[in-house]
Design a protein around this ligand. Structure first.
Ligand code: NAP
Length: 226
């Protein structure tokens, strides 16, 4: 059976991704930083729960030890951070968001790499965002240009990590996905898609075969411009 870990799986897109992957036959671990929320979500889904705070080295190392074997890693945990404009953005704003959205996936991948390398078909899905697209941000009149600088930049950094990891591990499928604007706590449920719609592309790339692409950035409608 395919063993899958989803970070930040206790709610939102992570929870829905877990639900869909369990339906597809995966054995899913829900990683969550809050034990009550994590255990409750796992019980609801028929998943297993592992305490996992992506900002904490010891927590991530303990989670890798506990999980023991892994085929699919979904780096889903993410935060929006404060919506500062460029002039008001400090290194502190950046550091807080990068700790979760950028250093988190690095920390988790580094700790789980030995497990993934023992898998016959290892897969990593980095949950990015269309807001991380530099091409979209640079387009004339783009609403992304000045808005959400910290968050957008963290997802652009995650995209670069995706390309670097894919090149470093040719036997692994490593892709970034954009779920699209989805109603979750992250955006106070202003998103226009349901979590079922948003999770679809995460599930698609979590279930990708060994002959599938690696080092790409995809939404449900196909490749996304970096
Ligand atoms: P959400 O409902 O707020 O869920 C975020 C999840 O991440 C929660 O489970 C949260 O746990 C967890 N998390 C945050 N910090 C963590 C940490 N340090 N360690 C472990 N878990 C942590 O938001 P969402 O919309 O489902 O977001 C999931 C991913 O999709 C994020 O990477 C986000 O950037 C990306 N995304 C979302 C949208 C959208 O429109 N919603 C669009 C593009 C990309 P707690 O419950 O403990 O806070």
């Amino acid at each position: 059976m395919t063993v899958t870990l989803i970070t930040g799986g206790n709610k939102g897109l992570g929870f829905e991704t877990a639900r869909q992957l369990i339906s597809a036959g995966h054995q899913v671990w829900i990683g969550a930083r809050d034990p009550d929320r994590g255990q409750r979500a796992a019980d609801q889904l028929g998943a297993r729960f592992v305490p996992l705070d992506v900002t904490d080295d010891a927590s991530v190392a303990a989670a890798a030890h506990r999980v023991g074997e892994l085929d699919v890693l979904v780096n889903n945990a993410g935060i929006a951070g404060e919506r500062t404009d460029p002039a008001g953005t400090t290194a502190g704003h950046m550091r807080r968001v990068y700790e979760t959205n950028v250093f988190g996936p690095v920390r988790v991948l580094h700790a789980f790499l030995p497990l993934l390398q023992k898998s016959g078909q290892p897969v990593v899905v980095n949950v990015s965002s269309g807001l991380g697209s530099i091409a979209a941000a640079a387009a004339p009149g783009s609403p992304v240009a000045a808005f959400a600088m910290v968050y957008s930049s963290s997802k652009a950094a995650l995209d670069m990590l995706t390309v670097k990891y894919a090149a470093a591990f040719p036997d692994m499928r490593v892709n970034a996905v954009d779920p699209g604007f989805t109603a979750t706590d992250l955006n106070q449920h202003r998103g226009t898609q349901t979590v079922a719609e948003g999770a679809r592309v995460i599930v698609q790339y979590a279930m990708i075969g060994a002959d599938g692409p690696s080092g790409g950035f995809f939404s449900s409608s196909g490749p996304v411009s970096w």
